[in-house]
Design a protein around this ligand. Structure first.
Ligand SMILES: Nc1ncnc2c1ncn2[C@@H]1O[C@H](COP(=O)(O)OP(=O)(O)OP(=O)(O)O)[C@@H](O)[C@H]1O
Length: 241
C-alpha cells in the first residue's frame, strides 16, 4: 500500500509538486503519467525518502519509507538504472545488497536468471552494460528482498520488445500475488496494457486519477486522454496544421 497525502515540493520560486494525493492498493498496478517536468520523479523520490517534501506526507506500508526497519524487504525501488557502481559486475552488485538485506546468496543466482543476466553477462562489469541490461539489473535489485511494494521509474526504458513483454508479465504476476506496483512511464501504449489504475500529473498537479477503464470510458485511447488531461492536445494540433 502506498498513500500520498497532499505532497508538495518547492524549489525556490518553483513548485515542482503541488498537493499531490493518491493511493496504490495491494493487488493493483498504478501507472504514473505526465509530460516532461510534470513532477513524477520528484514525487517518487519523496515517496522513497530521497527528497524531503516541503509539505504533505507519503506512507509506504503505513509508515514513511525511512521509518521502515529494512526498506528493501518491504519496498523494491528502481529510480535510476545508471546508479549502480560501474566497476562491479551484475553478480557483485546483487550479492552486496543481498548481504545488507540478509537475503540468501541463492536468490542472487535466481534473480540473475530471472532477468536474463546469468552466464557471461553476470561476470561483465556494469560499465560495459547496455541500457537494457542496466534496467534488468535494476529490476533484479528491486526484487531482491522479495518486497510487497514496487516503485519503478521508467523501468521499460531501453528494454527490447521481448523485455517489455517480460516485464509486463512480471508486474502482473506481482500484483496477482497481492503486491502493489507504482510505475511511471512515457510509454502510454504499454501503460494502457499493464496498469489497472492511472494517476496523471501536469505542472505538479494531479489532473486525472482513477481506474484505467474509468479514465478511458470516453472511448478514446490513452494517448488522446493523456493529451486532453495534460492540456497538450492543442499544442500537437497546432504542430500538425
Ligand atoms: N533538484 C532540483 N532542483 C531544482 N529543480 C528541480 C530539481 N529536481 C526537479 N526539479 C524541477 O522540478 C520539476 C519536476 O521535475 P521532475 O524531474 O520531477 O519531472 P518528471 O515528471 O519526472 O519529468 P521527466 O518526464 O522529464 O523525467 C522540473 O521543472 C524540474 O526542473
Amino acid at each position: 500500500m502506498i498513500e500520498v497525502n497532499h505532497l508538495s515540493k518547492r524549489y525556490g520560486d518553483q513548485i515542482a509538486v503541488d498537493a499531490v494525493s493518491f493511493r496504490c492498493e495491494p493487488g493493483t498496478i498504478t501507472g504514473f503519467l505526465g509530460p516532461n517536468g510534470a513532477g513524477k520523479s520528484t514525487t517518487l523520490r519523496m515517496i522513497c525518502g530521497l527528497t524531503p517534501p516541503t509539505s504533505g506526507e507519503a506512507l509506504v506500508c503505513g509508515v514513511p519509507y525511512r521509518s521502515l526497519p529494512v526498506p528493501g524487504r518491504r519496498v523494491g525501488v528502481l529510480l535510476d538504472a545508471s546508479a549502480q557502481h560501474a566497476g562491479r559486475t551484475g553478480r557483485e552488485v546483487l550479492a552486496l545488497s543481498a548481504q545488507v538485506l540478509g537475503v540468501a546468496g541463492a536468490r542472487v543466482e535466481e534473480l540473475l536468471d530471472l532477468v536474463g543476466l546469468a552466464g557471461p553477462a553476470a561476470r561483465k562489469r556494469v560499465r560495459g552494460f547496455s541500457l537494457g541490461m542496466r534496467q534488468r539489473l535494476g529490476i533484479a535489485h528491486a526484487l531482491l528482498g522479495e518486497p510487497e511494494v514496487l516503485i519503478l521509474d521508467e523501468p521499460a526504458n531501453g528494454l527490447d520488445p521481448e523485455g517489455i513483454r517480460w516485464m509486463r508479465h512480471l508486474l502482473r504476476e506481482h500484483a496477482a500475488r497481492g503486491g502493489t506496483v507504482l510505475l511511471s512511464s512515457h510509454l502510454l501504449h504499454e501503460i494502457e496494457r499493464t496498469a489497472d489504475r492511472l494517476v496523471v500529473i501536469a505542472g505538479g498537479r494531479v489532473v486525472g486519477r482513477g481506474g484505467r477503464d474509468e479514465i478511458l470510458a470516453g472511448g478514446g485511447d490513452l494517448e488522446e486522454e493523456f493529451l486532453r488531461l495534460t492540456g497538450r492536445r492543442h499544442v500537437i494540433e497546432e504542430v500538425e496544421q
